[in-house]
Structures are given as structure tokens and as C-alpha cells.
Design a protein around this ligand. Sequence first.
Ligand SMILES: Cc1cc2nc3c(=O)[nH]c(=O)nc-3n(C[C@H](O)[C@H](O)[C@H](O)COP(=O)(O)O)c2cc1C
Length: 342
Amino acid sequence: MEEFNPRKTPWQIDEADYYEIESRDEQLRFLLRYAVLAPSGHNTQPWSFRLTPDGIEVFADFERRLPIADPNDRELLMSLGAAVANLRVAAAHFGYGTTVLYRTPREESVPIALVALRETCAPDTSLSRLFAAITRRHTNRQPFQEKAIDESALAAVVDFMEEHAATMVFVVPHDRRHVADLVAAADRVLMSQESFRHELADWIRPNESSALDGMSADAFGIPGPLSALAPWMIRRFDVASSHAAHDHELAEQAAGLIAVTADDDAISLLRAGETLECLLLLLTLHGIDYSFLNQPIGIEEMRKELWSMLRSSKPPQLLMRIGYGRPVPKPMPRRPVESVVK
Ligand SMILES: Cc1cc2nc3c(=O)[nH]c(=O)nc-3n(C[C@H](O)[C@H](O)[C@H](O)COP(=O)(O)O)c2cc1C
């Protein structure tokens, strides 16, 4: 058998293998191979799972928190919601109906979600249609072409966003420059904080690393030989102004900017993460790339300023750009299912 490669193996799933499996537990573990491909802040993968007779319990792994970048666990909770979304999409593809019961996290030993699964001959097609995108979805931080989103793809994205109007909103073109200014201003504040840079550096890996989590330097455009120095450079140097200029350009030249909005309580954030992942999968199906520019949301005044532009009753939780980029160099690593099942 080929050796486990954290950046390759998790993304290469042969769905035909599912039909060879006889035990229900093994089938559920197979579904979890899709769940762990969900995006997560800094690729922390803050989840674990337990199989039960009714389905799958999902637990938050608070040891994987980001206390500086994500002090309120906003991104941690949305990442868990994204994993639940992948699980539901895969379950629908393989003929299960799912219902999710979320709980406010209190203790790590209590699940934040129970995903109940039952076999059905009429799985939810709004979920199963997203299945093919799970193994193809990647966050793409490279510059995008100056090209508008294709008309039919845009129509599908707009439809989805209208269906989830409380959770997703486009930044109107008139506000684009203002939002780009906010992203750059927030970058200047955050990247000049040593504690923020140190935490980020803790999750950046050299390109050839065999780590099972974190982000490899090539995702940030740092080439092979230099990548071993990336964590050290981030820790050591205040790169706030170059970072700010770069992100300003990314925000200004994107084909669209989308804010994810939700109330600040845990259950709203978990649900927003589910909807987010469904949007990311839909974008992927249509060949649209995306990355995040959440920086203003991490600074309360700037978050309020952004909110005032959104014409949304709920506060912003994430900010994304969409467009068309070059393929990502390599997928990000994942921990294997065996290490996240209790
Ligand atoms: C809730 C959430 C917040 C994120 N925030 C950022 C961010 O601020 N900046 C960024 O570059 N990527 C962000 N990401 C993307 C993650 O870094 C990415 O999902 C992770 O590295 C795994 O890579 P993949 O999405 O290509 O699988 C975020 C992802 C999620 C789910």
C-alpha cells in the first residue's frame, strides 16, 4: 500500500470503494473522509467525531483554537459547520437523509452537533449535486484574472445567495474601494502585532513538510527553497505594509466580494459555516475560485464599518473574494479519519 501523504492521499478518494463496504460503521467512516476535507481557519481542523447508532456526533477540539486570530471561536465554529456540510453532502450522495441537531458548546466532552443519518431513496438533491466539488475545492490565494464571472455561473451563485439571504451578501461595486481600504487598514494593524504573526507562523509549514495540518508556504506564493524560512520570516519581520498593499489589490480586482453574515451566537455560527461550505462547493462546481479577506472582521470598529456597508441585519463573520485564478499548487494537508474518530 502507498504511504499516507497528507497533501495527496486525503484528496484521492475512490467513491466506488464505498460500495465494497459491508459494515455500517465502516460506511460512516468513509463519509467522514469527505467531512475532513472541509476548510478550516489556518487549516487547524478543529474537529473530532464519534459514531453512534443514530449517526455521527461532531466535537469541537478546543486545543486547536486560535486565541489571537479567533478569540471568540467564530472561525472555529464555522469550520465545524463546514465539516458538517461536507458530511451531509456526502451522505446525500450515498443515499442518506440527514438531520442536524446543534448544541451550544459548553464542554469539550459534549458534541456540538449530532448528524442523524437514515437511508432514503430520495436524498436531498440540493446537497448531493455538490458532491463532486468536495475533493476539488481549494482556497486559492493567488491573484485572479480581471474577468467577470460567467453569466450562467453567476446566476447559480445569485440564486443560492438569495435562498440564503440572511447569511450571504454581495458587497456592491460602489463600496468595493472602501472595503479594500478596510482590508488593508486591518492588515496593517494585525500584521504589525507580534502575537498575531507568531500564531500565524505556528501554522505555516515548509512546502515539503509532512505535517498533517496547517498551511504550506506555497499557498502564499513562497517558493520551495525559501519556504523553510517562512515561519521564521513571518515571526521576525513586520510585513504589514506589503501585506496590506497586496490584499488591497486582491480585494479591488476580484470579480466579486461576498460577506458571510450571522448572529454571534454559537449555533448561528455553526449554521453559517454549513451554508458557507455549500457556497464554496457551488463555486467550485462552476470553476470559480475564492479566498478570504476577513481581516476587518477581527477588529471591532472596522467590523462595524464593514457592517454599515452591507445592508444586512446580521453582522459580518467572513469576507471573501471570488474570481478566476490559476490552479492552486498543491492541496492543503489533512489528518486522516482514523486520528479524528473517538
Ligand atoms: C471559517 C474560516 C475562516 C478562514 N479564514 C481565512 C483567512 O482569514 N485567510 C485565509 O487566507 N484563509 C482563510 N481560511 C481558509 C483556510 O486557511 C483553508 O480552508 C485551510 O488552509 C485549508 O485549505 P483548503 O481550504 O484549501 O482546503 C478560512 C477558512 C475557514 C473555514
